[in-house]
Design a protein around this ligand. Structure first.
Ligand SMILES: [Zn+2]
Length: 285
């Protein structure tokens, strides 16, 4: 029995094949999500399914330009642990493991790593992991949460109010899930949920967060886990947003693959200044 070889997947290649791909420097992509509550209407794999499906769709379209690592299915979830089923990887552990994955990629000779994320609270940790990869290897790593690929389109087409309608298990995530795996959505359970107190400073929306960061226990801002309005979700909107995200991410992979900055330069007058710790050595891989 054969399930078909996906040449754009890192672990579907043999080790010698992978080594030969270093010559043309595809962008290495890591998708990450989480296992967490998404209200009474969505399964707990929303962040995993949406991020992984996006990266796989991009891989299908530009197989020569990227390689997709095995999906990383757990996220930083401490503030969601009041909801049954959520799996929490502590922030410091997630930082370590994502940095380890990125530094492994760099060790094998690849120089561009993109982390595509489906879970908002992973972002500060992924940003730190990407920075560690950048300063401890010759690779460049960038991380993003996938709705950022299509912010203007979401803004133009959303029906829920801003801010708040698209935060957690709301209009966006529910629409895309309806498109990808509609049979698993229990729309009769979907509830509009706006328990986040009105504020000019603190608000959550994937279309633009409030200017001041504050993440309390999730159960302090939602009764069923939803933050936003899933009742206006539709599979058709989900299809449009998913397809647009695929096209936007193709553009991102292509630009990042050829993105060049100035070479790193040591501006100390004395060579003694850079000899104290290994991590700051310019040629360390
Ligand atoms: Zn989610």
């Amino acid at each position: 029995m054969s399930t078909g070889v996906k040449r754009w997947m890192w672990d579907q290649l043999t080790s010698p094949e992978l080594d030969r791909r270093v010559a043309d420097q595809p962008v290495i992509v890591l998708s990450i999500g989480s296992v967490e509550d998404h209200g009474g209407h969505l399964p707990m794999d929303v962040d995993n399914l949406e991020s992984r499906s996006l990266c796989e769709a991009v891989g299908e379209q530009i197989p020569e330009e990227m390689l997709l690592l095995p999906h990383f299915p757990y996220g930083f979830e401490t503030h969601h642990m009041d909801y049954p089923g959520t799996i929490d990887v502590k922030a410091e552990h997630l930082l370590e493991v994502i940095a380890d994955i990125g530094l492994s990629v760099a060790h094998h000779g690849f120089r561009r790593l993109l982390i595509c994320n489906g879970h908002g609270s992973n972002m500060p940790v992924l940003d730190l992991a990407a920075r560690r990869i950048n300063t401890n290897s010759e690779a460049l790593c960038a991380s993003f949460i996938w709705p950022n690929l299509i912010l203007n389109q979401i803004k133009a087409e959303r029906e829920s109010v801003y801010p708040g309608g698209i935060a957690h298990a709301g209009e966006l995530e529910t629409s895309v899930y309806l498109h990808l795996n509609g049979d698993a959505v229990q729309m009769e359970q979907a509830q509009k949920n706006f328990h986040f107190p009105e504020s000019s400073f603190f608000y959550h929306d994937l279309n633009g967060m409030g200017p001041i960061n504050m993440a309390p226990w999730h159960s302090m801002i939602s009764d069923d886990g939803t933050v936003g309005d899933p009742t206006v979700a539709s599979a058709e909107k989900g299809r449009r947003w998913f397809d647009a995200a695929v096209q936007s991410m193709i553009g991102l992979v292509r630009e990042f693959r050829t993105w060049q900055a100035l070479p790193r330069t040591d501006h100390h007058a004395s060579s003694l200044a850079t000899s104290t710790t290994e991590v700051y050595q310019p040629d360390r891989v």
